[in-house]
Design a protein around this ligand. Sequence first.
Ligand SMILES: [Zn+2]
Length: 253
Amino acid sequence: MDFIFVLLLGLLWGSFANVCIVRLPENKGVISGRSSCPKCKKKISWYDNIPVISYMLLRGKCRICNKEISTQYLIVELLIALFFLIEYFYFGLTLTTVLLFILTLALIIIFFIDLKHFIIPDVVTFPLMIIGFLKSFDPNLNEIFPNYINSLIGGCFGYGIIWGVIFFYKKFKNKEGMGLGDAKLLAVVGFWFGLESVPFVIFLSSVIALLVVLPDLIRKTKKMSTQIPFGPYIIIGNLIYLLFEDKLKFFVI
Ligand SMILES: [Zn+2]
């Protein structure tokens, strides 16, 4: 029974994430105002706005204009439900699980915004840093989380390392390789999982980024200097770290 509840919770929050992904880059409020079709701008009825089910019933098309609804909506809902289920499976009904729900929800929102708009909104990263630091004062949480000293050092280290990359890139190549958004995102990683998580996440995200970009580099459709949003890779790296933290550390030590 619990699993069905967590699944529904994930789908509902996934639906909220979709609203954030569309409206945050436009600086619109995410609480008020009904959703509308991005193509015909007509308001969507509640019965056409039920996570996953409405998408299936409407066969991925808007009821009014019949244009296709992006599969991204479906992917976001399913992805968040999946992570909620995994986290509940790992950590049960605990404060750790609730915190991880918040983190995953926020990271997936950032993932899709950065992918499309090349921005990482401060309204998401700043609260995440604060929650990540404050939660470190609770000694009863799961040991995947660091204590507050480790959290603080990790946050500063995460921010500092990307800031350093940006600084040297500007100085020697006179170009902007990464944005401060990436620095804030890596600060989030450090605040949440401590100092030792930062090198792991940098390594994982760089490898994945390279694997994704490599085919384009070989076919020469992209150059080494082509701008790619790095935020999504940091997020994938962080989610992998979250799921396999124990095994990763075991692997290295
Ligand atoms: Zn429409």
